[in-house]
Design a protein around this ligand. Sequence first.
Ligand code: NDP
Length: 399
Amino acid sequence: MARVMIVGAGGVGNVVAHKCAALAEFDEILLASRTVDKCQRIAERIGSNKVKTAALDADNVNDTITLIQQFCPDILINVALPYQDLVLMDACLATGTDYLDTANYEPPDVAKFEYSWQWAYGDRYQQAGITAILGCGFDPGVTGVFTAYALKHHFDEIHYLDIVDCNAGNHGQAFATNFNPEINIREITQPGKYYQQGEWIEVPALSIHRPISYPEIGPKESYLLYHEELESLVKHIATLKRARFWMTFSQSYINHLQVLQNLGLTRIDPVDYEGTPVVPLKFLKSLLPEPSSLAENYTGQTSIGCHIRGIKDGKERTYYIYNNCDHAQAYQEVGSQAISYTTGVPAVIGALMVVKGMWKQPGVFNVEQCNPDPFMQLLGPLGLPWQELIDQPSPFQEN
Ligand code: NDP
C-alpha cells in the first residue's frame, strides 16, 4: 500500500487521479493544484474516499515542502507544468520523497527543451537515496520504454529510430491544443532538430514533412519536430545513427498557427500594453479552450509508436511498436481525451514501478534506463494495449 501525491489538476491530472484511485496499490491519494476547485471536481467525479484535495502553488518551494510533510507521500507525480519541475524536485529532495514527471523543465522566458537542469540533480538524489523518473508520459515516456523493450528483446544494436505521433481525432473546434496551449505552442514553433551521425541538425520549424501511414488510420501529413526524448535516447543508446520525431498536424492547424505567429501572438517575451506587461502567448492561452474541455465531443484515435531499424544476429531488422487510443473510449472511462489519457496512464504505471520497487534506485533516470518488461506488462491491462510488427516494410527505409 502506498500514498501518492499528484500535483496538477488539468487533463492529465484527471486521468492520473482516476487511475490511481482504481488501483489497490494506492490507498491514499492527495490531489493538489493551484486552483483547488478543479481538484475537488475531479475528486467528486471519482467518488472515492481515498482521494483528498489541497490548494498548492508549486512555484513556492516552502509551501510545497510543508504539504509534502503533512501528507508524507511515498511518491509525488508531477503533472503540473514543466515550469514547476525544479521546485518540485527540490521539495522532494528536502523531504526524501520519490519523484516522477512527464515533461522536462523549461525556463518560462526561453523555449529551451533539455534535460540538463534535471540531470544535474543526479548526485543529490543518489546521496539522498531517492528516485526521480523523468518524462514518464507517452512521448516522452512510453516511446522510451518501447525503444528499451525493442533493444532488450529484438535487437543487438539499434541504428535508426523514428518516433511517430498521430492524432487523427476531431474535437470540433476551429483551433485548440490537446495539452496546455502555452507548452504545446512553444514546442511546435521552435526549430525542428534531429540527430544524425553524431550531430544535431537544426531546420526551420515545420519545414520537413511527409505523409506517414498509421495503423487503422492511413496516411497523414507528419512534421519533423524536436522532441525531448531524442536527447535522452541518443545519450543512452550509443549505437543510434539517426533519431527523429514526427507529429501530424492538419493544414487548418498549421494555417492558424502561422497567422498567430505572424501577428506576434506566440511571443513569450512581455510586451507593453497600455502600461501593463503582457506575454502574448499567455494571453492567447487564456482565450483558447482548456485541453480538458475538448474531451466530451472528441472522436477518432491517436496512434503513437516507434519505427526502429538495426541488427539482430547479424541481419538487418525492421520493427514497429505502437498504441492506438480512442478519444471517446477514454472519455467514457475517465472523462478525458486520448492525449491526456495516453500521458496519465504511463505516469501511473511509472509510479507503480517505483513504489513496488522495480524501478526504485537512487538517482535521476529517464525511462529507457529502467527495466521495460514490468511496465510493458501493465500497459495493456491499464488501458494502452500495444502491437508490434517485426520485419515488415518500413516507411523509413532510407539511410
Ligand atoms: P493543463 O494545463 O490541463 O493542466 C496543468 C495543471 O497544472 C492545471 O491544473 C494548473 O492549474 C496546474 N498548475 C499550473 N501551475 C501550477 C502551479 N504553480 N502550482 C500548482 N499547480 C499548477 O495541462 P495538461 O494536464 O494537459 O498537461 C500536464 C503536463 O503533462 C504538462 O507538463 C504537459 O507538458 C505534460 N504532457 C506530457 C505529455 C507526454 O506524453 N509526455 C503529453 C501531454 C502533456 P490551473 O488550473 O490553476 O491553471
